[in-house]
Write a protein that binds this ligand. Structure first.
Ligand code: SAH
Ligand code: SF4
Ligand code: F3S
Length: 501
């Protein structure tokens, strides 16, 4: 065993026996690879550091890296894990892709996400020809698709390392293998039930952080590839989540975003089952934490208990992201969503009754196989009734391997486009109207940072995530103020702290 001082700083890491410390004089070759997964990874972090040191000597400067993240907040959080490890092994982060090590953390939820990655790889291929020492890694959801990996093996042979979503915690170990080999290392797992805690993480923002509460998805909505690439649903233990959030708070975080594909089914498969509402109430007790957000809530599992927890817990933002996908009960059934139009509207009614100032946002897909104008008008009807504060609208994208991809009645793009445009117009009109309604109101704003354009202003966010700029100083960062929203500028507000604050 080797010595054990912890390199804490900005890293969220717990003291574990094999933590790397640059003051440790150790002969790594004499140490057997530890058995416990987390210690094993710290062992490889230490091993990688040796390689990075020699690269630094060769280059005459600290080697640089750039992690490009595609897709959702899960991927963003995963990227923070990659960055945490890369910094611990001695790389330095830079913003652009002219780095010594480029990593693409990919998304495959829609076809255009994949196309973006191939486009960028084309560019990197040329760049690497001029900089042969450069390393390229691909990971994330797209890599869980066998046809993608096959294509990369065949046509993108300059890539050094390919891994997936289930073994991301093994990044240091895989990187070490890649340092030891000249050929492409590919390691993809079909699924896992493992959750490895306590590896290094480097946050993108100092004041807020995503927190995984669960991984994977069991819902198999018929259009969606996520369950195939993220595996089966598994929840983290509440004590691990709470320990992580307390650590984050101690490190200056005031807002936590609880992440899961369907947070409403949290805890069902735990040894001691717990509901998401119970978890929220526990997290609400954490001292020093100011705001709690979560996403995503699947309507089929949204309980009254959750609505009451949101109503009662003062730290939980009064914002619900509640994907509708379609307003047509017929389409919802084929989508395998397990709710119909009426049930969805009923949830919205309950939410508005218990939490009158709640902000509701959504995701909508246009052009699902077999969707008629009549079905689409049902979606428009829900949009008008709910009056979403904002909505993400997507054109249906056929994902190979999903049940919807095999449906024969795919809707041609020229039929989808007019519907999509009509929806977008309606959604924007409603969100501008909703945004304008807040003008003149006084609302709590959590100050996140100094304004980047004007040093006399601070920038913060409302419960509904809208941005507010108002006069202030850096001492205000991390605190909540009641701010009068004097002017709505579309997507943001200009305000002033209420006089008696
Ligand atoms: N777990 C979340 C969504 C994750 S994917 C939930 O259930 O709401 C984010 C959004 O991408 C989905 O809500 C859906 O609107 C959209 N999406 C997923 N698959 C898609 C596809 N094949 N085509 C178009 N949009 C899709
Ligand atoms: Fe995809 Fe449905 Fe799972 Fe969301 S709940 S990730 S839309 S399968
Ligand atoms: Fe994309 Fe994977 Fe998220 S497919 S949306 S990055 S879970």
């Amino acid at each position: 065993m080797f010595c054990i001082k912890v390199n804490q700083g900005k890293f969220e890491s717990r003291k574990v026996n094999y933590m790397y410390n640059k003051d440790c004089e150790l002969d790594l070759n004499r140490i057997e690879v530890p058995e416990s997964e987390v210690e094993r990874q710290y062992y490889y972090i230490a091993k990688c550091r040796e390689y990075v040191k020699s690269i630094e000597e060769e280059l005459g400067h600290k080697p640089t890296f750039c992690v490009q993240t595609f897709g959702c907040q899960m991927n963003a959080r995963d990227s923070e894990k990659l960055v945490g490890i890369l910094e611990q092994i001695g790389y330095e982060e830079i913003e652009d892709e002219h780095a010594d090590f480029v990593i693409y953390n990919t998304c495959t939820v829609r076809e255009n996400a994949n196309n973006k990655v191939y486009g960028r790889l084309g560019y990197l291929s040329n760049y690497k020809k001029k900089h042969p020492h450069m390393k390229i890694a691909l990971c994330g959801c797209m890599m869980q698709e066998p046809n993608v990996v096959e294509k990369i093996r065949k046509s993108y042979r300059f890539v050094n390392l390919v891994f997936g979503t289930h073994n991301i915690y093994k990044f240091a170990e895989l990187l070490h293998r890649s340092f030891e080999s000249d050929s492409m290392i590919v390691d993809i797992w079909k699924d896992t039930d493992k959750i490895v805690e306590d590896l290094p993480i480097k946050r993108k923002f100092s004041f807020k952080s995503g927190v995984n509460i669960m991984f994977g998805c069991n819902n198999f909505c018929s259009y969606c590839i996520v369950p195939y690439v993220r595996g089966r649903e598994r929840s983290r233990k509440p004590e691990d989540i709470i320990r992580e959030i307390k650590g984050l708070v101690a490190d200056g975080v005031c807002e936590g975003m609880l992440l899961g594909q369907n947070v409403n089914s949290y805890g069902k498969n735990l040894e001691h089952p717990m509901t998401f509402a119970e978890l929220l109430r526990e997290i609400n007790k954490i001292e020093g934490l100011k705001r709690i957000r979560f996403m995503t809530s699947h309507p089929k599992d949204l309980s009254d208990e959750l609505i009451y927890a949101m109503r009662d817990c003062e730290k939980v933002c009064k914002h619900m992201h509640l994907p509708l996908q379609s307003g047509s009960s017929r389409i919802l059934k084929i989508m395998n969503r397990h709710y119909d139009k009426e049930q969805y509207l009923e949830i919205v009614r309950k939410l508005k009754k218990e939490i009158p100032d709640i902000a509701i946002t959504t995701d909508i897909i246009v052009g699902f196989p077999g969707e008629t104008t009549e079905d689409f008008m049902e979606t428009m009807d829900v949009v008008k009734q709910v009056e979403y504060d904002s909505a993400f609208t997507f054109i249906y994208s056929k994902r190979t391997g999903t049940p919807a991809a095999a449906m024969e009645n795919q809707v041609p793009e020229e039929e989808v486009k007019p519907h999509f445009d009509m929806l977008l117009k309606e959604v924007s009109a409603i969100s501008s109207k909703k945004a304008m309604q807040l003008e003149g109101k006084t609302m709590p704003v959590l100050v996140e940072e100094m304004n980047t354009q004007d040093a006399t202003l601070v920038t913060g966010r409302l419960d509904n995530n809208a941005v507010v700029h108002f006069p202030g100083t850096k001492e205000m960062i991390g605190n909540i103020y009641n701010v009068t929203l004097e002017e709505c500028k579309g997507f943001y507000y200009l305000g002033k702290v209420k006089e008696d604050e």
